[in-house]
Design a protein around this ligand. Structure first.
Ligand code: BES
Ligand code: ZN
Length: 887
């Protein structure tokens, strides 16, 4: 175990900075074996006259020199600590200049300045800037940056930083330099630098006020043909933010750079976004439909940060959700408008329930605005992002679109150029709308997923229908008891002939309201009753439409109720959700049989599900993408999550039950699956349009069911595999062969796929992913073997995620092997990764932290965590995750 235990930082200890940095001038000299960074910081003490030591952040830096107003400091005038430079006495106002030597070529953490292949690049959020030079590396210190970069011209013809290019020079010895100036004050985490041999795709955008913006996407020459979709997405985002939020772009240039080695998806550095190449590059041959949609969403997300994040930034990292939650909400609105809102919502909710609800129920649970943190890198979580976006979405629901927009305008107007808090956001929303959000604020401070328990009663004689709603929220680390929250409950009532008009007792009907079959109830007490009158029949309640709040719902639906909602409710989300609940119910019944049965008894699968699925398949007036989502059985991780709540998940029965139900549907619906499969074949060339994506999605869902029957249906997949003209269809076919074909078919298809695509890194990653998810008892051996494959590289996060990450998180049966070898495998890899990339190591620990959910295997999982905890060089990132999950 490490000697000094990393300490927590607390939100309550926030203090404003002692010094400001008005201007920041940086000069970079880039070499193959080191880089020299010279800073000139125009410092100002906030409270003049009050002598305070200047404490600058700096990590892994070699300090070459330090001067104040041109005067070198004596050794006695400063102290270099492992993570700080302390200057006990400094004037009120001065220029501090430091020269630091750093080693980008050895920086495998991918934070600070590092090399990705032949390119230099930076990643500074959250605390990467301190690995470049000594600085006040906190988001509430905002400064105007001027940056010059000097490097070898032949190797690095392109030298970029934030803002406008103001100078470029040819120097001696084949070197050259450029100088960049960003007029907008920004925190250091938004600083960026890129140097490399890059080509660019160029286009432009004219803003609403007539400003012409030069748009460029920089990539390696071989990838120039894969930038069109990202460019179009950028232009669409720029227009959308003007139209929907009134936000105009504020500089004459906007650059995106693609790099292969990147810890996250992308980063919103001012006017110089840096992207993981997997989140920019697209071509029909190499990118799936999901990939296209991801690129569109992430380009939008980073672009939207220009206002929600950069122009208005966070005061401190406890406020991270201020920019991330809001921006995820904004990019979800964009994606909804670019495609189908219901389909987008369904995907987001599926992800929220599997990932965020699990996090909120586990040892790392934290509020949307955390109160204490050991390592901020660990707080780029589903709770900050996805639950944070849900919180903004609820504000939108409570205020309505118009008042929400007024609130957002006021927020940007009040706080432009400032570093602010979640509270400031809520205050702007309140001020603009006149709506009191006092109790609503609990969403920022209370962790855990609330449970809504709904019971109903129908009085036929009185025509009265009563909903009784109770809310509760389970304890989470550090929070034993919770207060009732404000939960917007969107709902309707379904009758025989459709949704019924809604009238609460005592309410006078408003003749103005067009649609009175939908409303949002405000739940804000531990228990409440809502009585509807004029209800002529016993309805089926359609509850939590659109998932109007990030809560779980407990209502005793009968299977018939679910079928009714699934086929007839007005709300598309509820139709999908009811299908999920019905499928879960049917799978749970099979799990019970598996646990209790005598070996030779046939499993019984309630035919109600196949019947419901068949009628979806046979109705081609329905949106194909929705039908595909409705036919997709809830995943094993989600089922395990639900089971954990009722006393422990058994991965093997969950898997077996899901396979049995899947097979049952395949058999019962063969004709309609086959009919749709053939009818949906596309004759026109590939395009990532909504209509085509929807058709491919349903067609490949049909293929997945059909191929499960083996034999001739695997042939169907083989044919598709050979004939496909795009990666979506090819990969879906390959998956079907790998999952349902025999060993020979599987190995042959995998080998030929690799043969065809080995030159495309991003495709090879998809090939790794598929093998990591593969069922069958030889999966772990195969994954172990792939670690030695020439295309695997432990220093590349995309590859580590594709193989080790996907195996641990998306191959539950093999990860949870009874012999514990899956856990051992992960811990072995994380032991190596810990010395390379702490941020990715900590992220990939997640599956082990869920040990409490797996009775019978929990001790094996714990043992691996304890083995990791004892590593002498354990990073702060991993330390936090491991100690919290063992507590
Ligand atoms: N600011 C983040 C990127 C980031 C996060 C950098 C943590 C360093 C540490 C960026 O805006 C972001 O949120 N990216 C997401 C994608 C987005 C679509 C949710 C990502 O990279 O996954
Ligand atoms: Zn973001």
């Amino acid at each position: 175990m490490r000697d000094a235990q990393p300490a927590a930082v607390y939100l309550k200890d926030y203090a404003s900075p002692d010094y400001l940095i008005n201007r920041t001038e940086l000069h970079f000299e880039l070499h193959e074996d080191h880089a020299l960074v010279t800073s000139r910081l125009y410092m100002l003490r906030c409270d003049p006259g009050r002598e305070l030591p200047l404490v600058l952040n700096g990590v892994a830096l070699e300090l070459v020199s330090v001067t104040i107003d041109g005067q070198a400091l004596e050794d006695s005038e400063f102290q270099v600590e492992p993570e700080t430079l302390v200057i006990p006495k400094a004037p009120d106002q001065f220029v501090l200049s430091c020269v630091t030597r750093i080693l980008p070529q050895d920086n495998t953490s991918l934070e600070g300045l590092y090399k990705s292949q032949r390119m230099f690049c930076t990643q500074c959020e959250a605390h990467g800037f301190r690995k470049i030079t000594y600085y006040l590396d906190r988001p509430d210190v905002m400064s105007v940056f001027t940056v010059s970069v000097e490097a070898d011209q032949a190797r690095y013809p392109v030298l970029l930083s934030n803002g406008n290019l103001v100078d470029s020079k040819v120097l001696e010895d084949g070197r050259h330099s450029t100088t960049w100036h960003d007029p907008f004050p920004k925190p250091a985490y938004l600083f960026a630098l890129v140097a490399g041999d890059l080509k660019y795709l160029q286009d432009s955008f004219t803003t609403c006020s007539g400003r012409e913006v030069d748009l460029r996407i920089y990539v390696e020459e071989k990838d120039l043909g894969k930038c069109d979709h990202a460019m179009l997405s950028l232009q669409n985002s720029m227009r959308w933010d003007e139209e929907v939020y009134g936000r105009e772009y504020d500089l004459d240039v906007f650059n995106i750079v693609a790099v292969d080695d990147f810890n996250m998806g992308a980063m919103e550095n001012k006017s110089l976004n840096i992207f993981n190449s997997s989140c920019v590059l697209c071509s029909p041959e190499t990118t799936t439909d999901k990939g296209y949609q991801r690129v569109e969403a992430i380009v939008a997300h980073e672009y939207f940060h220009n206002w929600s994040g950069n122009r208005v930034t966070c005061r401190d990292w406890f406020q991270l959700s201020l920019k991330e939650g809001f921006t995820v909400f904004r990019d979800a609105g964009f994606s909804a408008d670019m495609g189908s809102p219901v389909v987008k919502r369904v995907e987001d909710v599926a992800n929220l329930r599997t990932v965020q609800f699990a996090e909120d129920a586990g040892p790392m649970a934290h509020p949307v605005r955390p109160e204490s943190v050991i390592e901020f890198n660990n707080f780029y979580t589903a709770t900050i992002y996805e639950k944070g976006a849900e919180v903004v979405r609820m504000i939108h629901t409570l205020l309505g679109a118009e008042l929400f927009r007024r609130g957002s305008d006021l927020y940007f107007e009040r706080h432009d150029g400032q570093a602010v808090t979640c509270e400031d956001f809520v205050l702007a929303m309140e001020a603009a709308s006149g709506i009191d959000l006092q109790q609503f604020r609990l969403w920022y401070s209370q962790a855990g997923t609330p449970l809504l328990r709904v019971r109903d009663e129908y009085d036929a004689d009185a025509g009265c229908y009563t909903l009784t709603v109770q809310q509760s929220c389970p304890p989470t680390p550090g929070q034993d008891s919770k207060l009732p929250m404000v939960i917007p409950l969107a709902m309707g009532l379904l009758g025989e002939a459709g949704n019924l008009p809604l009238r609460l007792v005592g309410e006078t009907p408003d003749p103005e309201t067009g649609d009175n079959t939908h409303r949002v109830l405000s739940v804000n007490q531990a228990e409440q009753r809502f009585v509807f009158e004029g209800v002529g029949e016993r309805p089926v309640p359609s509850l939590l439409r659109g998932l109007s709040a990030p809560v779980r719902l407990d209502y005793n639906y009968s299977k018939q109720d679910l079928c009714a909602l699934m086929s007839r409710d007005d709300d598309g989300f509820v139709r999908w959700d009811s299908a999920q609940t019905l499928a879960t119910r049917v799978m749970n019944e099979v799990e019970q049989q598996l646990l209790n049965r005598s070996k030779d008894k046939e499993l019984e699968v309630d035919p109600i599900l196949a019947r419901a699925y068949a009628s979806l398949l046979e109705d081609d007036s329905l949106d194909a993408a929705m039908v595909a989502d409705m036919l997709t059985l809830p995943g094993e991780n989600y089922l395990a999550e639900l089971a954990a709540r009722d006393g422990g998940a058994n991965v093997d029965t969950i898997h077996a039950a899901r396979v049995a139900v899947h097979a049952d549907i395949s058999k019962a619906c063969t004709d309609s699956l086959l009919q749709r499969y053939h009818a949906l074949a596309n004759a026109s060339p590939y395009a990532a349009t909504g209509a085509q994506i929807a058709d491919r999605s349903l067609r490949n869902t049909c293929l997945d069911y059909l191929a499960a029957a083996g034999g001739e249906y695997v042939e169907l997949a083989s044919r598709q595999f050979t004939d496909a003209d795009n990666m979506t269809d090819r990969l879906a076919a390959l998956r079907a062969i790998v999952f349902y074909g025999d060993d020979g078919q599987r190995d042959e298809a995998l080998a030929s796929f690799y043969q065809d695509w080995q030159h495309e890194v991003l495709v090879v990653n998809q090939w790794l992913q598929l093998q990591a998810m593969m069922p069958g008892s030889d999966a772990l051996d195969r994954v172990r073997g792939l670690l030695k494959h020439p295309d695997f590289d432990m220093r590349n996060p995309n590859k580590v995620r594709a193989l080790v990450g996907v195996f641990s998180a998306h191959n539950p049966v093999n990860f949870h092997r009874p012999d514990g070898q899956g856990y051992r495998f992960l811990a072995d890899q994380l032991t190596l990764l810990n010395d390379i990339n702490p941020q990715i190591t900590a992220k990939m620990l997640t599956p082990l932290t869920r040990w409490r959910n797996y009775s019978g295997r929990d001790q094996l999982m714990r043992a691996e965590l304890e083995r990791l905890a004892a590593l002498p060089s354990l990073s702060r990132d991993a330390f936090e995750v491991i100690t919290k999950s063992l507590q």
